[in-house]
Each structure stands twice: as C-alpha cells, then as structure tokens.
Design a protein around this ligand. Structure first.
Ligand SMILES: Cc1cc2nc3c(=O)[nH]c(=O)nc-3n(C[C@H](O)[C@H](O)[C@H](O)COP(=O)(O)OP(=O)(O)OC[C@H]3O[C@@H](n4cnc5c(N)ncnc54)[C@H](O)[C@@H]3O)c2cc1C
Length: 282
C-alpha cells in the first residue's frame, strides 16, 4: 500500500487562556476542520515549526514544509467544534526550552500555524463498564476529552499528575468519575503517578486503561499492567508522549527502540506477546 499522504492545514489563534501555572489553552480558528467527523478522544495534530526558531511554520508565507525541513510537535485536540472548525489545544509550559511550549506561553490572537493531522486512535468503548485514565499534564487534554465522551452509566478513575497541589486545572466532573490529583512536589516526572496507580490495584469491573505521558512512567506502568496484573494488551492504550531530557525530535527517533526493549523485557517476564502494530500517522 502506498504511504498515506499527510494533509497540510492552517489555523489562526483566536484566544488564549491560562488554565493553571503551567497549562495554557489556545483556541484556533480552523475552517478546514469544519464539518469533519473526529470520533476519537485522543485526536492529535503535528504543529510545524521553522527550524532554528520558536516560530510556527505558516503555510501561506513559508512555502513547502519539506523545503525548509520544518520540525513537528505533537498536540492533542482538547476539543473540536464541527460547526465552525474551532479547535482548542492545551499546551504544557515547561520553561524556555523547546519550541511549542515557549511559543504557546506568548501566543497572540492572529498568530498563524501550519499542522499535519488530525490523527487519533482511541475512544471509550461503549461495551465496557469501567475506565482508568492516567496521565501527566501532557495527557490531560486527551483524558478530559475522554471523560466527556464516557458512555452513560460507565464509571472511571482518573489519575492526573501535576507539579504541586496549587497547579490543578478544570477537569470535567461526572457522576461515577473519581479524580485523584498526584502532585510531583519535586519528585522526578511520572514517579509519583506510578506509585499511586500501582497502589490503586486493579478494579473489579471490566476495565479499559488509557495511560499516557512521560516515557519513564509509561515504562513502569506497562510492566505493572502487563506483567504484574497480566492484562491483555487490547485492554490498554499506553504510550510515551514525551521523554525527560529529550526534545520531541530525539524522543521520536529513539521511541521505536525504547518500545522494542520494553516489549522484549515484558515478554521475558511472562507478559502477553505484542501483536504487530499498524503504522500511526497524523
Ligand atoms: C499523541 C501525543 C499527544 C500529545 N498531546 C499533548 C498535549 O495536548 N499537550 C502537551 O502539552 N503536550 C502534548 N504532547 C507532548 C508534547 O508533544 C511534548 O511534550 C513535546 O516535546 C513538547 O514540545 P516542545 O517544543 O515544547 O519541547 P521540546 O523541544 O520537545 O523539548 C524541550 C525540553 O523540554 C522537555 N519537555 C517536553 N515536554 C515536556 C513536558 N510536558 N513537561 C516537562 N518538560 C517537557 C523535553 O524533555 C526537553 O528537555 C503530546 C504528545 C503526543 C505523542
């Protein structure tokens, strides 16, 4: 099969809003996404940046992204309004390093971006009774979208890691959904979240898991879910959204090897083998 063509799209900043100390919401006008059916709760886009700058690539003035070797940064769609194409993206602001975080911290109404996507793969299964949704701030947008899409009469446990107790942000509230904030309070990214989720054990109900965020946490929780609890791979959506000390280019180019090593270690410890993967592309 020939490789799927990436579609280059454009969007314009319509509003920005600080959600917490380190999370900023940017709303974009994107008429190209009007009328589009986006059925998943983990839809993501790949925002393009001009290499060597913290400036988003503008398809109207910067030409062809491959001519300038534009770099990409991956972000979930927190929401999409099919009536007009408006989308919201919640960016973690993690200091001056990087491209997308620093750009979002200073984004202004009228700024233009180019992006590929949306891609996406997961939504709460209506035949399942219970969900466990786990992530740090980078996965919070997809988790919040999942809470809003939970089928009637299902229940969920949500575990969200934040920098400290003062850094909470709005999360949709629903009957049957419990929310546990997990402050890092200076601990390494993901370590407190791993500890709390391990301690919570396995729910009695038929459960699906959505676990995303820093790669180190994903490695530990994969082992917990697939080796310690012996869960089938199909019950769990789990992946590293970023990795400490690596920018997205470094993480994406090393991710395959990182995942293969986890697959092999888990298989050696008795976990279910990993089925062949479909290529995932925005
Ligand atoms: C499918 C998918 C969906 C995602 N959705 C979101 C989303 O909705 N919101 C979001 O904020 N992120 C999301 N991410 C993660 C985001 O793509 C990465 O955090 C990305 O590295 C940020 O790019 P940057 O240019 O800001 O920093 P980079 O240039 O990639 O990295 C610069 C430095 O910052 C560090 N860093 C990167 N991200 C973080 C972080 N979250 N916290 C602390 N330090 C960090 C890096 O380790 C590196 O040292 C998603 C990733 C994937 C794969």
């Amino acid at each position: 099969m020939p490789p799927r063509q990436r579609v280059l799209r454009r969007a314009t900043v319509k509003a920005t809003r600080q959600l917490s100390t380190n999370l900023i919401r940017v709303t974009f006008d994107c008429p190209e996404l009007a009328g589009m059916d986006l059925p998943f709760t983990d839809h993501y886009i790949k925002i393009l940046f001009v290499p060597g700058t913290q400036r988003p690539f503008d398809p109207d003035t910067d030409g062809d992204p491959s001519d300038v070797a534009a770099v990409t940064r991956t972000y979930s769609l927190r929401s999409h309004d099919a009536s007009n194409g408006a989308i919201t993206v919640d960016f973690v602001v993690h200091g001056d390093a990087g491209l997308a975080g620093p750009w979002a911290a200073h984004a202004e109404v009228g700024d233009r971006i180019g992006f590929f996507g949306p891609g996406g793969a997961w939504a709460p299964d209506p035949d399942i009774d219970h969900f466990v949704l786990v992530g740090d701030e980078s996965a919070a947008p997809a988790i919040c979208a999942a809470i809003e899409a939970l089928p009637e009469a299902t229940t969920a446990e949500v575990f969200l890691e934040i920098a400290s107790q003062g850094d909470t942000f709005p999360v949709p509230a629903r009957d049957g959904v419990s929310l546990t904030w997990v402050p890092r309070d200076g601990a390494p990214y993901g370590s407190e979240l791993t500890r709390v989720v391990r301690a919570a054990g396995h729910p009695a109900a038929r459960t699906r898991w959505f676990v995303h965020g820093v790669a180190e946490m994903v490695k530990e929780l994969r082992r917990h879910l697939f080796v310690d609890l012996g869960l089938p791979r199909t019950d769990v959506s789990i992946s590293g959204y970023w990795r400490s000390g690596m920018n997205e280019d470094g993480w994406q180019s090393s991710k395959h090897e990182f995942v293969e090593t986890m697959d092999a270690d888990e298989a050696a410890a008795g976990a279910e083998p990993v089925p062949p993967k479909e290529p995932r592309r925005a």
